[in-house]
Design a protein around this ligand. Sequence first.
Ligand SMILES: [Ca+2]
Length: 476
Amino acid sequence: MAHDGAVNALLQAFLFGLLLCGLSACQAPELDQEAQPNILLILIDDAGYVDFGFQGSVDLQTPHLDRLAEESVIFEQAYVSASVCSPSRAGLLTGRYQQRFGHEFNLKGNHGLPLQEKTLAEALMQQGYRTAVVGKWHLGSSPEYHPMQRGFQHFTGLLGGSRSYFPMSVENTGPQRLQRDGQFLDEEEEFTYLTDFLAAEAARIIQKPDPRPWFLYLAYTAPHTPMHPREDWYQHFQSIEVEGRRKYAAMQASLDQSIGAVLEAVKASGEADQTLVVFLNDNGGATTNHSDNGPWRGMKGSKWEGGIRVPCMMRWPNRFQGGQKIEAPISALDLFPTALAAARADPQSWQPELDGINLLPFLRDQGAKARKWEFPKRPLFWRRGPAAAVRLGDWKLIRVDDQESPLLFNLAEDPGETINLASQHQDHTENLLAALQNWEQELVEPLWDTGQYWRDNQRKKHRMDVIGREAERKLP
Ligand SMILES: [Ca+2]
């Protein structure tokens, strides 16, 4: 009978299992070590480099992120692949230089992340993950680009790039309006402040009973404009005299509190030790939100360090030790292969080929005294229309199409990029320029362009005589 047959099959499988492991050697597997971790990818928007306690801020308060930093590996030279929102996300979620598939510029019109590209969510779904995005999408608002068409099984958030932090009217049916799994929300019913709401939604995903590991891409809009603080935090920071900075401080405090609540939900799930938490900013501090990029030259939109170098940390208690600081340059493009490897897939076998590297072997494992390998020396590239850049080792070259010769800096000696060494070091200039041009051979024409105004803006941003925050802030 069918029932007996099934029992027999089970019994045979059990006996076969006993044979395989041998009675004495059959120990419980190291479940915590071997299980696929949950993956929480937290992306924030337009924050300044030093606008966190753990990055040295003196006027802001980010206690939850500071605690996360103590428990995490800190990447001191982390870069995103673009200095504006949409292409940075396109690189992050595909693990590929976004210029390879024409997503070079910020999003415009009905465009979106090209449909032939596969996202990290699709890759992790193949590995048995349940996948969700909460927050800002900004990779296309037409139906074919909807996150639920791109590997995310669940979506709560906005399709657009920014919006009010307060509830919107039900009459608004644009890409700013919040939706949950394809249905517009009645925002006034659901929340009073967006940054708080995203934490509640994230917690809901984390707490959902489901045996599968989860991947949650939590993309905050904060502290992107508009500058909408919560009133209590705004009152809390009354000692900050500059109005815009006071609002920014309040928005950062809300962001920190929200991330704290999400981390608390992870802890309450009992799976904090087997959850890989990644924290990243999508581009440098913007000129319009009173963010502080600290020691770096330039802001959002530029190839200067202030445009592309961002705070980044990772925590996975079961796998690697917290408190490590990694000095080697890393890229947001490394997070795709790192997540794949964490999920027990082989990043090398992923098609199309990824541009980053799996970071896990370069971190000190729990219990290990030393790292297994040293970071490879590899070039990192950037380009958005008229301005492009490449970094290799301590050297960084910026090429702008209306300047006669490229700019060359030694970041170890001159982290503020104030001394152009191009004429003194023609060898480095030529080598880096050749590397950049080789990389460009592999790229395609941009599928859209944001127009002449932004092209000129790029050119002006990279002039040697545009220096200092006041001058930089005149070029949004
Ligand atoms: Ca941004």
